[in-house]
Structures are given as structure tokens and as C-alpha cells.
Design a protein around this ligand. Structure first.
Ligand code: ADP
Ligand code: MG
Length: 359
């Protein structure tokens, strides 16, 4: 179920049928009695995708769908239970700890909580530039200070030198997130994993930070693996997106195609839930009630079937493969009735996607 079976030459990252299962902690009694089968959280369950150099690839889905785990697997912060992660033709699975550590320089991470990402006891300059020293990329303290100050200016912390000696608690939340972006950039990475990078910022700063990330991506020709639960954010920054549900990719394609022509009922439901700017207009919210089921015992067949408005019996038993939408190269979905074997029996668009007037 690969998104692309043949790698194009400018693929920077490729995940091939990657799985990550976490053992569920057993309670004390179970441990003492040695009873109960060991259970696993199927956090990521057979995910494949490729990211092209210089592009922004989005992972979108509800909380718990496996976005962060997929991201961490992609940059070698987690080891897959199964499958392959290939960064620039290097199979990360085969690397020793030391080789992987060296490789990490090229794969930087921006997490959502800047306070947790910055060491409160280190000055901003020392904290942001830490990696330069670890990887011995500077020869003197003077050069170090210069490199870090330069990056501060790139992320809008000006004058850069003035920020070097400050501490994380002395600046605003928005400025801290800029510093975290600077910490990734200073390493001159090839790939940046941005895991909900603006989720914790004040509403007033969100758009500014997003613009900054777009501008930096263009200026440095960066590649982002961009994680968000928010489709509006994804639409703004991503070239391609993959929609995740319970550890699987259920739809993937160019952002415009997925947005205007979603194929999976779950994608349709997510899109319908995106707020529209004019409050007089509201889309009907077709997302069926019910929580995202747990990832220890995912539903049989299509994992979305218990919540799906068009599910039929087949959906309870047969797992739909991620298949190309007929006539739309690069756009794939996993739904029996939209791309699969039962496409000729399509029960129809039961979800009304038209914009409805609300009094
Ligand atoms: P998302 O980022 O989409 O919210 P995550 O990748 O964080 O999803 O989590 C996917 C699933 O894996 C969730 O059910 C979560 O509870 C579980 N999970 C994530 N990390 C661990 C871990 N270290 N140990 C056990 N379960 C985990
Ligand atoms: Mg997450």
C-alpha cells in the first residue's frame, strides 16, 4: 500500500509500511499473577508516504490518530516495530546509535510547547545554539555567538545579539516559539518535523508564526513534515497532506485536490467541521457522534466504519486498501465505496457538503 512504489530522485524522506506498537502497561496484579495477554497500542499501523525535497507534507487527524508517533519515526526519534524509514537513501533502521546521532543534525524538530523545548537554566543563545557545540560546528565562542545571533534575526528576534543573554522566562510565548524555530534552523537542517508548532501560541500570534515558517521554508528551501489537527492551518502551509485515522493514512494527495475533492467520508467530515469565516453560513456537521475508538483493539474491517455514514456490511469485515482515485494521479484514498472494489456500488454522497444557510 505504498503511496508511490518508485522513488523519485528528489525524495528526501520515505516511509514504507511503517508500524509502531507500544506495549500496554499491565497492572500490578496481572504482573504478579502473570496473567492477561500482553496488549499493544497500534499507534502507527502500516503507514507509507514520501516527501519531496523543498515541499511541505502535512499529517492531519484527530488527537490520538498517530501523527506524532509517525513524525518521530520519520526523523529517527523512535524505532519502528516494522517497516522502513529512508532519509536521503540512508535506511535509518540500519544505523548505529552514533551514526543516527550524526544524522539527526539534518533532521530538526519543532514541538508545540516552547517552554518544554528550551532549557530554563540556559541563556537563549546557549540553548538555541546547543546543537552547534554538540556537533562541533563552531570553532570559537565568538563564531558561536555570531551564528546564533544571525539566526535570531532571521526569526524576527532583533537585534539578535540582544536576545543571546536573555532567559526563556524573560520573553513572551510567541518569542519563545521563534527561539525554538531558530534552534532548528541554526543546524541548517534538510528536514524539519514541526509537530503542532503553533497550537499553543496565542490566537493573535498564530498567523504571524505560520507566516514566518512559510517565509523561512521558502528562503532556505526547507522541507517540512508538518503535523496539525487543524485543516485550515494545513491548507495554508502544506503542498500535500495525508489524513490519519487510528494509525493509518486514509487519504493522501495535493492539498487543493483533497480540499476540493475529498474521497474518504472521514476527510469529508473533517472538512465540514472547518469553521467558515462568515458566521451566517455554516456547513452541516456530519461527523457522527462517538469518540475515536481506542488503538488497542481497532475496529475490524475499515477502522472508520462505526462512525461512517455510508458504511455497509463489507466495511465491517474487509480492510480497504489505500488506492488511487481513478483518473487522479497522486490522490489516494482507502474506502471500498470510493476507490475500492465496490466503487461501482457507490452508495452515493450521503454527506451533504453544500453550504447551508443558518438563521
Ligand atoms: P497524535 O499525535 O495524532 O495525537 P500519537 O502519535 O501521540 O497521536 O498517539 C497515537 C496513539 O499511541 C495514542 O493512542 C497514544 O495514546 C499512543 N501512544 C503514543 N505514544 C505512546 C507511548 N510512548 N507509549 C504508549 N502509547 C503511546
Ligand atoms: Mg500529537
Amino acid at each position: 500500500m505504498s503511496e508511490n512504489n518508485s522513488s523519485s530522485s528528489n525524495t528526501i524522506l520515505r516511509l514504507q509500511d511503517v508500524k509502531k506498537y507500544f506495549p500496554v502497561k499491565r497492572d500490578l496484579l496481572q504482573q504478579i499473577m502473570r496473567v492477561g495477554e500482553q496488549q499493544y497500542v497500534h499507534a502507527v499501523d502500516g503507514v507509507s508516504f514520501e516527501i519531496e525535497q523543498g515541499k511541505v507534507f502535512g499529517l492531519v487527524g484527530e488527537s490520538g490518530s498517530g501523527k506524532s508517533t509517525t513524525g518521530r519515526l520519520g526523523v529517527g526519534l523512535l524505532e519502528p516495530t516494522e517497516g522502513e524509514v529512508v532519509f536521503e537513501d540512508v535506511h535509518l533502521n540500519n544505523l548505529s546509535g552514533e551514526e543516527l546521532r550524526k544524522m539527526r543534525r539534518y533532521m530538526q524538530v519543532i514541538f508545540q510547547d516552547p517552554m518544554a523545548s528550551l532549557n530554563p537554566r540556559m541563556s537563549l543563545g546557549e540553548g538555541v545554539g546547543h546543537g552547534l557545540k554538540i556537533h562541533r560546528l563552531v570553532n570559537s565562542q565568538q563564531e558561536f555567538r555570531h551564528r546564533v545571533s544571525e539566526i535570531f534575526e532571521k526569526v524576527g528576534l532583533t537585534p539578535g545579539d540582544a536576545y543571546f543573554d536573555r532567559y526563556p522566562h524573560q520573553i513572551s510565548g510567541g518569542q519563545r516559539q521563534r527561539a525554538v524555530i531558530a534552534r532548528a534552523l541554526v543546524m541548517q537542517p534538510k528536514l524539519i518535523l514541526a509537530d503542532e508548532p503553533i497550537a499553543m501560541a496565542d490566537v493573535s500570534v498564530k498567523a504571524i508564526l505560520l507566516d514566518l515558517m512559510v517565509q523561512l521554508q521558502r528562503e532556505f528551501g526547507l522541507t517540512y513534515l508538518f503535523i496539525t489537527h487543524d485543516l485550515a492551518t494545513a491548507k495554508y502551509i502544506c503542498d500535500r497532506i495525508a489524513i490519519m485515522y487510528l494509525g493509518e493514512i486514509i487519504e493522501v494527495g495535493d492539498i487543493r485536490t483533497v480540499y476540493t475533492n475529498p474521497k474518504h467520508p472521514y476527510t469529508e467530515a473533517l472538512l465540514a467541521a472547518v469553521p467558515v469565516p462568515d458566521p451566517r453560513f455554516r456547513r452541516p456537521a456530519p461527523m457522527p457522534r462517538g469518540e475515536i475508538p481506542n488503538a488497542i483493539n481497532p475496529p475490524s474491517g475499515c477502522r472508520f466504519h462505526p462512525r461512517c455514514p455510508i458504511a455497509q456490511d463489507i466495511c465491517k469485515t474487509e480492510h480497504p486498501r489505500l488506492l488511487e482515485v481513478p483518473g487522479q494521479a497522486g490522490h489516494m484514498a482507502a474506502c471500498h465505496f470510493r476507490t475500492g472494489d465496490y466503487i461501482h456500488l457507490d452508495p452515493g454522497p450521503l454527506i451533504n457538503m453544500n453550504v447551508a444557510m443558518v438563521e
